[in-house]
Design a protein around this ligand. Structure first.
Ligand code: IMP
Ligand code: MG
Length: 189
């Protein structure tokens, strides 16, 4: 009999909340002008919502846009291509843009979005990612603001899914399919 999946917490709610405040302060310290936050759907929706409110607390008044990009089929296998499923509506010309995504893995999604916005005439495009998985980079990109370095495992929660499930979790975790599976982390947070 297969045990029910359980989620091992990797970054808990309080840890994420604290980190978001720090990230917002770092972003504000760089003094963006006419700031437009562009959140990459769907995975970044929760991070973006919290980060935007933290930006407000620093005194910034960003406008907010969404672009829906997809580089994955259902499941965990990357197709390697990035498709625009829904584009931004605002004109980005001359603006400081903050691109917000959940995870930087191969780097293709963020690089694609950054190149797109720069080609449309943004004054600058900086990138904020909640998680960075350093092991799997396929293209060279250095995110400007990083929440946490993430181990090379498939994570869910805080907006991120596996086959459309687990986005609602207020923390980032790893799905364990068997209670007997070996520990993936020395010290889960
Ligand atoms: P990249 O284009 O390879 O950098 O992939 C980044 C995108 O893949 C992210 O925006 C996520 O949507 C998705 N992704 C990568 N790793 C994970 C994961 O561990 N859990 C959920 N989504 C992931
Ligand atoms: Mg994504």
């Amino acid at each position: 009999m297969t045990a029910a999946p359980r989620i091992r917490v990797l970054f808990d709610e309080g840890t994420i909340a604290k980190r978001n405040e720090t990230l917002a302060q770092e972003i504000a310290a760089d003094k963006p002008q006419n700031l437009l936050v562009v959140a990459v759907l769907k995975g970044s929706f929760m991070f973006a919502a919290d980060l935007i409110r933290a930006l407000h607390r620093t005194g910034l008044a960003p406008q907010v846009e969404f672009v829906h990009l997809s580089s994955y089929l259902d499941g965990t296998i990357s197709t390697g291509n990035v498709a625009i499923l829904r584009d931004v509506e605002s004109d980005v010309r001359g603006r400081d843009v903050l691109l917000v995504d959940d995870i930087l893995e191969s780097g293709r999604t963020v690089t694609f979005a950054k190149d797109l916005l720069m080609a449309r005439g943004a004054k600058s495009v900086k990138t904020a990612v909640l998680l960075e998985k350093p092991g799997k980079r396929a293209v060279q990109i250095h995110p400007d603001y990083v929440g946490f370095t993430c181990p090379d495992v498939f994570v869910v929660g805080y907006g991120m899914d596996v086959a459309h499930s687990y986005r609602q979790l207020p923390y980032v975790g790893v799905v364990d399919h068997h209670d007997s599976s070996p520990d993936l982390f020395d010290k889960p947070e």
